[in-house]
Design a protein around this ligand. Structure first.
Ligand code: HPA
Length: 269
């Protein structure tokens, strides 16, 4: 496993002339256009990267963009791997481990999710303050001790300093933010009404099908994480979950998310 991660990282380093990104960014459903904001130096299709799985979901491009935003070196993933696609958790999280070996010091994640906090509205941006994992844990199996501890601490899972920075930027830029707990389920079904109520009862504010495995693996390696969720539907209303609507809502909120990510990257220490 570790050998495969190292081999892929070495292959990418050679293909990108030793590009060393400071920030890894994972772009969620409908949020891939942020990739166009990067002054790209290298673009690699997942298909051509040895060891990478291939993305199958509509609306997800499968490529890594290496370049600069506000003069800072980043790598962005347009398209991620979901557990519901049939990948193993080690495959879902493989790119995060590779990005760490490439040098990332921060991980920024974004996703589309269903609001279960009744004060949330479709199109809102939610800063993820914490998560509840209802998927298999990606660290199950032999521990990769070179990457991190057997029993990683999950306090400050979503970095408090980064959240404070986001709050300050949003105030300055006039961006409305919500804050809350992301509940990660396997999908691919959207939740039943009873399941949305259950997620709410256990302390969730939104429901989604990604992000949690990637963040767990990043925290295992000690990488500070920042997560933003676009509320694309409200689970406890009578509306019906629909992937196209999720993509549409993602696009509408994308501009605000881009402003936030750009300003945050500019102001990183
Ligand atoms: N549930 C799970 N995942 C989602 C949802 C939802 O309601 N909306 C967008 N992604």
């Amino acid at each position: 496993m570790l050998e495969a991660i190292k081999q892929t990282a070495a292959w990418i380093k050679a293909a990108t002339n030793d590009f060393t990104p400071e920030v890894g960014i994972i772009l969620g459903t409908g949020l891939g256009d942020f990739g166009e904001k990067i002054e790209a130096a290298y673009v690699l299709d997942y298909k051509e990267i040895p060891g990478f799985p291939v993305s199958t979901v509509e609306g997800h491009k499968g490529r890594m963009i290496f370049g600069t935003i506000e003069g800072r070196k980043v790598v962005a993933m347009q398209g991620r791997f979901h557990y519901y696609e049939g990948y193993k958790m080690t495959e879902v999280t493989f790119p995060v481990r590779v990005m760490k070996l490439l040098g990332i010091e921060y991980l920024f994640v974004s996703n589309a999710s269903g609001g279960i906090n009744t004060s949330f509205r479709t199109g809102d941006l939610m800063i993820i303050t914490d998560h509840i994992n209802l998927m298999p844990n990606p660290l199950i199996g032999p521990n990769l001790a070179e990457l991190g501890p057997r029993f990683p601490d999950m306090h400050n899972c979503y970095d408090k300093e980064l959240i404070a920075k986001a709050t300050a930027i949003a105030e300055r830029e006039g961006i409305k933010l919500q804050y809350g707990v992301y509940v990660g389920g396997t999908g691919p079904t959207f939740e039943t009404q009873a399941e949305y109520r259950y997620f709410k009862a256990i302390g969730g504010d939104t429901a989604g099908m990604s992000t949690v495995p990637e963040v767990i693996v990043a925290r295992h390696m000690g990488v500070p994480c920042f997560g933003v969720s676009v509320i694309t539907n409200c689970g406890l209303s009578d509306e019906i979950g629909d992937h196209e609507d999720v993509q549409r809502q993602g696009k509408k909120a994308a501009v605000r998310m881009e402003t936030l990510f750009k300003a945050m990257i500019k102001e990183l220490k």
